[in-house]
Design a protein around this ligand. Structure first.
Ligand SMILES: [Zn+2]
Ligand SMILES: [Zn+2]
Length: 238
């Protein structure tokens, strides 16, 4: 956290250097990024990403959309608009916060996008099936996603029983867990552990971690087997 001198922010461990939450999902032919955080550019450069087929958004909060402008590099090299998938709520925020992208009078070099609306139905991006899972961030609807046996849910603290059905039978989940103390709109660490146990998901990684949670090493030592903190650059293969 900017300006913070706590032991987590001062940790020398690479696993305690946390950029904003985002994932990339790749098949043999298709690459998707979930959310363009303020760190999107840094993350794309770090991972040396040359091709991106689509961005899908979870919700309109600034820490999940602010990096959208930087998709223009992919426009430039791929010579085509970027496919964007978002629900109506997120589209409204994108139109407001990136008004120049949606303006009738466009100037050269700005992002070029093709907007697609996410409903509650599974959709295909290239050869990757994407199943939206409706979750709640206090009152705000947020979209989690299932890709085969992998689930990504960020910025949630409630999931209705019907949507939980979509999570069942998965192998691995990346789920938000902000800190130990309860929070109004994020799962606490214990709530996140309880949910993955209830859903009987074999492997769980926790993300969207606050510096208030503790260090990677300290918290991982407390967690049960196959439940651990995610870290920047974590790669999973299915
Ligand atoms: Zn701190
Ligand atoms: Zn967030």
């Amino acid at each position: 956290m900017i300006g913070c001198t706590c032991y987590v922010c001062s940790s020398k461990s690479e696993k305690d250097k946390r950029l904003r939450s985002s994932i990339m999902v790749q098949s043999d032919t298709t690459t998707i990024v979930v959310d363009t955080t303020p760190d999107f550019r840094t993350q794309m450069l770090r991972e040396n990403i040359r091709k991106l087929d689509a961005v899908i958004f979870t919700h309109p909060h600034k820490d999940h959309i602010a990096g959208l402008d930087d998709i223009k590099a992919f426009n430039f090299f791929q010579k085509k608009p970027m496919d964007i998938y978002a629900n109506a709520l997120t589209q409204e925020a994108l139109r407001r916060e990136f008004s120049y992208v949606f303006s009738d009078k466009k100037y050269p070099g700005i992002p070029d996008i093709t907007m697609h609306t996410i409903s509650n139905e599974t959709f295909m991006v290239g050869n990757i099936p994407v199943t939206p899972i409706l979750v709640y961030h206090l009152q705000m609807p947020v979209i989690g996603f299932r890709f085969g046996s992998f689930i990504y849910i960020t910025d949630a603290n409630r999931i209705d029983e019907t949507e939980k059905e979509k999570i069942k039978g998965s192998d691995t989940i990346v789920l938000n867990a902000l800190r130990k103390k309860e929070h109004v709109s994020h799962f606490s660490l214990q709530e996140a552990v309880d949910l993955v146990d209830e859903m009987k998901i074999p492997n769980a990684y926790f993300t969207h971690i606050s510096h208030q949670l503790g260090t990677h090493e300290e918290i991982n030592n407390e967690l049960p087997p196959n439940r651990q903190l995610a870290w920047d650059g974590l790669k999973l293969q299915f």
